[in-house]
Ligand binder design. Structure first.
Ligand code: AKG
Ligand code: FE2
Length: 332
């Protein structure tokens, strides 16, 4: 993770160095936690990340027929396998945006995953499974740090709902596309949306294009400029509900790479982009209800309690619209 960079203006995203996070009442306690966080950051360290991006590239470089050996299953609730560009619509409300990218949801435990036959990409499954659990460890440190930061009596409260088995690791590849197609907004690399879970740890390559909405100015997006080995952390809808809007789920999108050297040829083809979001989600039976520390008489709970399974189903229906599914507004 990067260094602390807070210049006081809302036009830059804060980059928080969790290895320097301090917690606890005594210097010793603070040191212990700092070490844990440093260890966690080290786990998803530079080498592991480079490897993960290497595997992702090898995966998407496979022939289409090979990738289709792990097809995305039909239906709105299943979140597995390989998706061709355009299969999914990501949106807060259904719009005409067409997402341009291909993706593979690599690992999760709750439902059987869809893996490529081992011989197609030997070692991929083992690496991604390890990577998944390393990310899970880091996410637990982050959830504890958040619990402390928002002043929960039990800083580990959120851990009880996050066994790690309901997280999702997704590999994304945005193929090159003529800049004009994104400029005239006939398609977006990924339209603005919020994530559904608790937090998302997002790793991106150096292409650029990720933007996050400025919470102070709705509609204005701030560039999340790639920073080597940094994790972009998004707050998801369920953490927003738990915290009664104290932590807002961040709208984010992927658009044109900002730097002109990211374009080639007369068509100004954009560079391909790879990213790896790790969605940290509560367990399926978890009931998400405003944490008592986040409500008061003057600030009562804004959301009804919701069970993760139901919330996810509602969001998944939007993402994989099938016949007979009416679009509904995605956020409360
Ligand atoms: O590719 C990215 O950087 C963003 C991905 C994302 O927001 C998502 O998959 O939910
Ligand atoms: Fe997202």
């Amino acid at each position: 993770m990067g260094s602390i960079e807070k210049d006081g203006t809302p036009t830059r995203l804060p980059i928080i160095d969790f290895s320097k996070w301090t917690l606890g009442n005594t210097p010793e306690q603070r040191l212990d936690v700092s070490k844990e966080l440093a260890d966690a950051c080290h786990n998803v360290g530079p080498q592991l990340l480079d490897e993960a991006f290497g595997w992702s590239k090898r995966l998407f470089d496979l022939k289409m027929e090979e990738k289709m050996l792990a097809p995305h299953p039909d239906g709105p609730t299943v979140h597995r396998g390989y998706s061709l560009p355009g299969l999914e619509k990501v949106s807060q409300v259904i719009s005409e945006d067409l997402e341009v990218g291909e993706k593979l949801r690599a690992v999760t435990d709750c439902k059987p995953n869809v893996w490529l036959p081992e011989e197609v990409l030997p070692g991929f499954r083992e690496f991604m499974t390890d990577f998944y659990w390393e990310c899970s460890k880091t996410s637990r440190e982050i959830l504890t740090a958040i619990g402390t930061g928002i002043g929960l009596k039990d800083p580990e409260f959120l851990l009880k709902f996050h066994s790690g088995h309901n997280n999702q690791l997704r590999l994304l590849h945005y193929p090159p596309i003529p800049a004009a197609q994104l400029e005239n907004e006939s398609s977006a690399r990924m339209p603005a949306h919020s994530d559904w879970g608790s937090i998302t740890m997002l790793f991106q390559d150096d292409c650029g294009g990720l933007e996050v909405e400025n919470q102070h100015v709705p509609g204005e997006f701030i560039k999340a400029t790639p920073l080597k080995n940094a994790i972009v952390m998004n707050v998801g809808d369920l953490l927003m509900r738990w915290s009664n809007d104290y932590l807002k789920s961040t709208l984010h999108r992927v658009t044109l790479p900002p730097a002109q050297d990211r374009y080639t040829g007369p068509e100004r083809m954009t560079r391909a982009r790879y990213s790896i979001p790790y969605f940290v989600s509560p367990d399926i039976d978890a009931r998400i209800e405003c944490m008592p520390e986040c409500a008061s008489e003057s600030n009562p709970a804004k959301y009804e309690p919701v069970v993760q399974r139901d919330y996810r189903l509602m969001r998944a229906k939007l993402q994989y619209p099938d016949k007979g599914t009416q679009p509904v507004k995605a956020t409360a």
